[in-house]
Write a protein that binds this ligand. Structure first.
Ligand SMILES: CC(C)(COP(=O)(O)OP(=O)(O)OC[C@H]1O[C@@H](n2cnc3c(N)ncnc32)[C@H](O)[C@@H]1OP(=O)(O)O)[C@@H](O)C(=O)NCCC(=O)NCCS
Length: 169
C-alpha cells in the first residue's frame, strides 16, 4: 500500500464489473457500472454511475455525470441528459434509509422518454413518449405523454407532432 495513505483507509476503485452489455454499446471512461444491464447500441458518457440491478433498454443514451441508482429501469430509445439524478431513498422516515432496502422505492421510465440536463427523478413511473425539461424535479408518476417541466414537474404542453416524412419531389 502507498505509504502516504492512512492505514485505516478503505479505497475502492471505479470500473465496469458484472455488467451485461448488449451489442454495439459505447462507453466513455471513466464510468462506474456494476451489476447492471445495458441494451444494444446504448451510449454511456463519462462520469456516469449505474448501480446494481438497473436495466437500460436498447438505443438509450445516458449523458455524462448522471447517476442511475438501484431499482431504476429505463426503456428503449430514451435520452437521459447530463447530470440527471435518480433517487430511490426518499428519506421517508426522516432521514436516509441507512441500508434498510425495504424503504427504497423503484422508478420505471418507459420507452422514448427524454430527460433534460440536471433533472431529478424521485421514485416514480414515467410512461412512454415523455419529455422532461432541464432542471425538473419529478415527484409524481407521469402517466400521460407530453412535455413536463419545473419543480415539482408539471405538464406544460403536448408533444410536438412527429415531423412528417418528407414527400418525394
Ligand atoms: C422543457 C422543454 C423541452 C420545453 O421546450 P419548448 O417546448 O421549446 O418550450 P418553451 O421554450 O416554449 O417554453 C414553454 C414554457 O415553459 C417554460 N420552460 C421551458 N423549459 C423549462 C424548464 N426546463 N423548466 C421550467 N420551465 C421551463 C418556459 O419558460 C415557458 O414558460 P412561459 O410559457 O411562462 O413563458 C425545454 O425547455 C427543456 O428544458 N429542454 C431540455 C433540454 C436539455 O436538457 N437537453 C439536454 C442535452 S443538451
Amino acid at each position: 500500500m502507498d505509504k502516504s495513505l492512512p492505514s485505516r483507509l478503505t479505497l475502492l476503485e471505479i470500473g465496469i464489473k458484472d455488467v451485461s452489455l448488449g451489442s454495439d454499446v459505447k462507453l466513455v471512461q471513466p464510468v462506474n457500472l456494476y451489476g447492471c444491464e445495458i441494451g444494444d447500441q446504448c451510449f454511456v458518457g463519462p462520469f456516469v454511475e449505474i448501480q446494481r440491478g438497473v436495466r437500460i433498454g436498447a438505443r438509450t443514451k445516458v449523458q455524462s455525470h448522471t447517476f442511475v441508482c438501484e431499482l431504476v429501469t429505463i426503456g428503449d430509445d430514451c435520452f437521459i441528459g447530463h447530470g440527471v439524478m435518480f433517487i430511490n431513498d426518499s428519506f421517508s422516515t426522516g432521514g436516509p434509509a441507512q441500508g434498510r432496502r425495504e424503504l427504497w422505492a423503484s422508478t420505471r421510465i418507459g420507452n422514448r422518454v427524454s430527460i433534460g440536463s440536471n433533472a431529478t427523478i424521485m421514485p416514480v413511473t414515467v410512461c412512454a413518449g415523455v419529455v422532461i425539461g432541464a432542471g425538473a424535479v419529478v415527484t409524481k408518476d407521469i402517466l400521460e405523454p407530453g412535455v413536463y417541466a419545473g419543480n415539482p414537474a408539471r405538464r406544460i404542453k403536448a408533444l410536438p407532432q412527429a415531423p412528417l416524412a418528407s414527400s418525394p419531389d
